[in-house]
Design a protein around this ligand. Sequence first.
Ligand code: TRP
Length: 388
Amino acid sequence: MPDFIVTPWEVSGEVDYDLLIQEFGIEAIDEKLLFNLKEITKEIHPYLRRKIFFAHRDFKWILQEYKKGNPFYLYTGRGPSGNIHLGHLLPWIFTKWIQEKFNVDLWFQLTDDEKFLFNQSITLEETHNFGYDNALDVIALGFNPKKTYIFSDIDLGNTFYRNALKIAKKITYSTIKATFGLDNSANIGQIFYTSIQTVPAILKSLIEEKNVPCLIPHAVDQDPHFRLSRDVLPKLGYYKPASIQCVFLPSLQESGKMSASVENTAIFTKDEPDVVKRKVNNAFTGGQANAKLQRELGGNPSVCSVYKYHFMLFTLDDNEIKKIQSKCIGGELLCGECKKDLIQKINKFLSEHQKQREKAKDVLEDYLLKEKVDLKSLINEKKRKWNY
Ligand code: TRP
């Protein structure tokens, strides 16, 4: 048994992504695929070169259809149970790149229902409100307002319920147990939930009244949901959604991914500069016990969380990252200096992000889709009409 766990509800241990490719039956992103992509995009995002986006399902088909004049749309999402940290931004940064390069729509799902069902201590109002808060971080990244639709599942209750029903009817309880490992203590909403996460994969097809290919950029833990979507949707006459999948941003501590539930392991987009400084200075590194040993023996970037933050988010220039790596291994670069550089880069990024986040409050409504199903006003309307 591998000593790591990756499910939509739990990610723990040191994830072996090669093993995961086999286990999940996803495909590694290879040079040939990148070559095909580059024909269209002219450049390759560092996340692809660095295998941060490392696997896919049917991405090749998405490119083929695009070339034939059958463009796709993007779908991704967020389970709003708390504040946004840097790890959450990773797939969204890449999604924005794809949106720009292909000039396509993005449909962004806020699964307030999911977090309500799976998190014992949160109320529906809380997850719903976190959704709007988290949407500000999405908007702050600069998604095109004309091509980006953000919605909470309960705000689109009518559309979601109608379509989730059709999907749910094609999925058995035993499939859910086998896919997610839910047992008899699961509440019945949890068993139903995956049908909700499938709906956005057909939303644009419903609106256009013809099949539109859908590409889902996501962290690899969400693959079990979309594996089911791919089973079910052809039975309802739709395309299988394609996906492109990324690794997790590691924790600032020794192992595991960055987690919102363990404060010191994550940097939040709302963190102040001194908080960032404290967290990075306390981070687990691949350095030696002291400067003298570091100069003699060199550090180990492959286990270092500070290096991983440079590599995955803040030092995307290939020459610059190579320099950090070789200077670290050669003992020239000490951890203090490397941390200082990272702190500066993070704080520069966050100061701009926080500014954009404030501005996003004024335009939030331009991005949000809501169905106004207000039963009370329907009743009042009827009462007015009949005068009772
Ligand atoms: N279930 C995801 C989470 O807990 C949220 C989500 C919904 C999502 N739809 C998605 C993530 C599509 C990626 C792609 O965070």
